[in-house]
Design a protein around this ligand. Sequence first.
Ligand SMILES: Nc1nc2c(ncn2[C@@H]2O[C@H](COP(=O)(O)OP(=O)(O)O)[C@@H](O)[C@H]2O)c(=O)[nH]1
Ligand SMILES: [Mg+2]
Ligand SMILES: [Zn+2]
Length: 349
Amino acid sequence: MIEIDFESLRVIGLTPYIAQRLLMLESNTAAEFPARVIEIQREWMRVHNGQAELRVRALPGISSSLAVGDWVLVEPRSNDEYWISQRMEPVTQIARRTHEGNRQVLVTNVDTALLVMGLDNDFNMRRMERYLAIVQAAQVMPVIVLTKQDIASDADEKLEQIQQRLPTQIPIIAVNALSESTVTVLAPWLSPGQTVVMLGSSGAGKSTLTNTLTSSAQPTGDVRKDDSKGRHTTTTRSLHQCTKGACIIDTPGLRSWSPDADEESLGRAFDDIATLAMTCRFRDCEHKDEPGCAVRDVVDADRLHNYQKLLREVRRSQQTALERIDERAKWKVLHKAATARAREKRGDY
Ligand SMILES: Nc1nc2c(ncn2[C@@H]2O[C@H](COP(=O)(O)OP(=O)(O)O)[C@@H](O)[C@H]2O)c(=O)[nH]1
Ligand SMILES: [Mg+2]
Ligand SMILES: [Zn+2]
């Protein structure tokens, strides 16, 4: 059985629940140790074992499924090489579908998602609802963080606009991402053992916020790169340690994507609509001009539109997912037939 040093792994997000799951992994050798994936590159990845960062590689079967935030077992080999030998089934995983319909896991084992949006031109409620959809489908707690409060002239109106449009239980916080006081405001989500991911479009302030929250802590796998204009651009997801004890995963902005969700999990982010729809006169009410509609006059019209658009998207991506399974099943049959033929040729039945 592997050994778990709770104190040192705590700084990279270990909780009693995760420790229990790690102990259930069957280790092959006594030398294997638990670690967390903090950065992924094409040929290698970086893990943290609570004490130090290590550059590692993964067996082919494992490497394709790894995401930042994963807990793994690492096996030391000769010549100072380290290999990921096992991956713990994640507790939570936030995923999206690319334009081509492929599922991509963004981060795993996250407790809270800080949905970062600027109070400037970045402000876009439809995009915010899209982020809420992937986060709530993954059963991760969302917190909306509105940045650039210091330079916004209409912060109060925008705040009110969100409060009117979204269900009330989601915390909404306006901050200046550059200010040290933001650490105190976000402290409820930053205690030791917590893992927080930053999501939002490019330029929203995710890296600025990450810097502010981690400024006096040990940097972990900082992978920022200067672009041609001398600015910092986040190129990959990476995990950092926050002053308050939590781990923070910074991410680059996403372009053209759909939530990885089905109708039911999408409904979690729009349960205000689903709940009201139960009292519409018609069961199949489209909330357009049917008599006795309970949704139309209550829910923000643009929110309703956005929900219907996202619903079409997830139905479409689900269909392609099913088609892909169908395709795989066909290949399996062909493969079996080919193997049987080969065996027949060799004469072993
Ligand atoms: N004044 C002000 N500038 C901010 C704030 N948040 C971010 N910025 C600026 O916005 C730009 C983009 O921020 P960055 O953190 O790189 O965005 P990211 O793409 O989400 O990581 C940078 O020039 C930041 O200094 C804020 O709250 N107030
Ligand atoms: Mg960034
Ligand atoms: Zn209706």
